[in-house]
Design a protein around this ligand. Structure first.
Ligand SMILES: Cc1cc2nc3c(=O)[nH]c(=O)nc-3n(C[C@H](O)[C@H](O)[C@H](O)COP(=O)(O)O)c2cc1C
Length: 217
């Protein structure tokens, strides 16, 4: 039995990865971390007749080996970057594939889960958090809480054209004058560890999961 953490960020070692890892650590439990972008898996094919009986998806890809571990886990931490104002594609596919857990039996029933997200400051986090909650509560898991970090990291910071392009978000956010006088330094790549508010939210969330698990006989 372990607490499992899944990050759907393609930025390996980025804010989402480290936030999920920090919540895992704070639970004080045996934990396992997975970055979903390192796995190969496809969307749900709606072959309900194949997964309904035993709650196991039959698609032969990297998620195949995770179903048993997810079903027997103590808790699940789900981390997603905000893309297009919502959870990203890897998280959407992953949660869709857990649909095998929604049939006659609900292996995730009552299982605690938490949501972690990081965004570029262009959208509030609620839509992404609600999207994850919607899927997980359909599987009857129990929402414990969420934490969000406004990284303000725009993809324009490392696309190579950020300081000249007129159609990207950097231009929208900083304006022509801001863009002209700007130097993209490492300070623009904010880290959640430097935000005391986020640090304490992460601590709280880890503690809440730990307390929830202590109450389970
Ligand atoms: C395809 C794409 C779409 C994005 N869309 C948004 C967005 O809609 N709103 C936002 O605030 N940030 C957006 N971002 C920025 C990321 O959310 C931001 O960089 C965040 O820090 C990513 O977390 P990570 O570095 O841990 O992966 C987008 C980034 C990419 C690559």
């Amino acid at each position: 039995m372990a607490v499992l953490g899944f990050s759907s960020s393609p930025i390996i070692g980025g804010n989402v990865d480290r936030m999920v890892q920090a919540v895992l650590h704070k639970t004080g439990k045996v934990t396992h971390f997975f970055n979903l972008t390192e796995l190969t898996f496809s969307p749900c094919r709606a072959c309900a007749h194949l997964c309904a009986k035993d709650n196991r998806c039959k698609l032969d890809d990297d998620l195949k080996h995770l179903y048993d571990r997810i079903a027997s886990s103590e808790a699940i931490i789900l981390g997603t970057p905000i893309y297009h104002g919502n959870m990203n594609g890897f998280m959407t596919l992953f949660l869709e594939r857990l649909w095998a857990f929604r049939h006659l039996k609900f292996p995730l029933k009552g299982k605690p889960f938490a949501v972690v997200t990081s965004g570029g400051g262009l959208n509030p986090p609620e839509k992404a958090i609600e999207a994850v909650k919607l899927r997980m509560t359909a599987y009857r898991a129990t929402f414990i809480g969420s934490v969000w970090f406004d990284s303000s990291i725009l993809p324009c910071f490392n696309c190579g054209y950020g300081l000249t392009c007129k159609v990207g978000r950097l231009f929208d956010v900083y304006g022509e004058a801001g863009q002209k006088s700007m130097k993209i330094t490492k300070e623009f790549f904010k880290r959640w560890e430097d935000s005391p508010a986020v640090v304490s939210r992460i601590d709280e969330l880890g503690y809440k999961i730990k307390s929830f698990l202590c109450q389970i006989p």
